[in-house]
Ligand binder design. Structure first.
Ligand code: P6P
Length: 325
């Protein structure tokens, strides 16, 4: 059969019917796929069109802003303007929430890291996009940051990431399992390539910036010693999405723990930790801060940080046993 490949849109339509998912949510994820195609093109030609390097500013969270960070954020904003899908946007690249469409029929809040791992841009390393979607709660005019955006991850209705690596892979969940789609650039279509992803229980790899190891809590250091004794190989790409995707496919754990200088770690809860936690839990893995389930954290601000340990269930269960010991 010539057309047996399952496109992202066809899969979303099937999932919509099977699980009674609103058509607007399917269209939102499809539109994320559209932005991923634009970013795939721009990332691959960045060196040729002057898109490498820094803008010279810092972003909302104080990180040096790369030209592609700005391009990615603008691409997301334009892709959802006037669609009637996204009422408010919380982005790593925007200090404040952006109220996109205050009309009452606009159903969703989108939390997004448009370009994760941008320190890899100039060296052509892996990059990613991470997103989480919430159903709007208030419908009297514009959204409320407190009531519509600062939500615990358990209220998420969809989450996903795009990995811009040797291929572009979009992985997403609407709460009914996790599936991955690989971009066929000759067709311009995301095609189903990873059906019903399950995170292997045991870790083949672990990902962490060991230059901070001496500053981590003792039980984190104990876990690292155990992983090294098991000859669990270290793979650390500098892009959270790439390391979490590897953990999901091969089995592994990614750690970005707290340190005395960063008591809440480095990563952002709303648009990095929580969406990835939703995905990994849906695939049978686990995601914790150092003591709590990430999805149960209640954000107090848009750019709130959180420590993150995420990946294979057996490894995180062992860590929790070490914690209790
Ligand atoms: P470090 C990228 O800036 C990021 O948010 C993640 O994608 C990545 O895993 C981490 O930070 C890298 O941080 O401190 O090891 O350079």
């Amino acid at each position: 059969m010539i057309t047996q490949a399952m496109t992202l849109d066809r899969y979303l339509w099937q999932q919509q019917k099977a699980f009674n998912i609103p058509v607007e949510l399917s269209i939102l994820i499809s539109q994320i796929g559209y932005t991923a195609k634009i970013l795939t093109r721009e990332i691959s030609r960045a060196a040729l069109v002057g898109q490498l390097g820094l803008v010279g500013d810092k972003n909302a969270t104080g990180d040096a802003q790369k030209k592609l960070d700005v391009f990615s954020n603008q691409t997301i904003i334009e892709a959802f303007s006037d669609t009637g899908l996204v009422a408010a946007l919380a982005s790593e690249e925007l200090e404040m929430a952006k109220f996109m469409d205050c009309r009452n029929h606009t159903p969703y809040v989108l939390c997004i890291d448009p370009l994760d791992g941008s320190s890899n841009i100039d060296s052509s390393g892996a990059l990613g996009t991470i997103f989480g979607v919430y159903q709007r709660k208030t419908y009297n005019g514009c959204c409320s940051v407190e009531q519509d955006i600062l939500r615990s991850g358990t209220e998420m209705v969809a989450a996903g990431y795009i990995l811009y690596g040797t291929s572009t892979v979009l992985v997403c969940t609407c709460g009914h399992g996790v599936n991955g789609f690989t971009l066929d650039t000759s067709l311009g279509e995301f095609l189903l390539s990873h059906l019903n992803l399950q995170c292997p229980s045991e870790s083949k790899y672990y990902s962490a910036n060991l230059s901070y190891a001496q500053e981590w809590q003792p039980h984190i250091q104990k876990l690292i010693v155990h992983l090294n004794q098991q000859h669990t190989s270290l793979r650390y790409s500098g892009a959270l999405v790439a390391d979490v995707h590897r953990s999901l496919i091969e089995g592994g754990v990614y750690l970005y723990p707290s340190t005395p200088d960063y008591p809440d770690g480095k990563l952002r809860l709303l648009y990095e930790c929580a969406p990835l936690a939703f995905i990994v839990e849906q695939a049978g893995g686990m995601a914790i801060t150092e003591t709590k389930r990430v999805l149960e954290l209640q954000p107090l601000s848009i750019h709130q940080r959180s420590p993150l340990i995420i990946g294979s269930k057996a490894t995180l269960t062992l860590y929790e046993q070490m914690l209790q010991a």
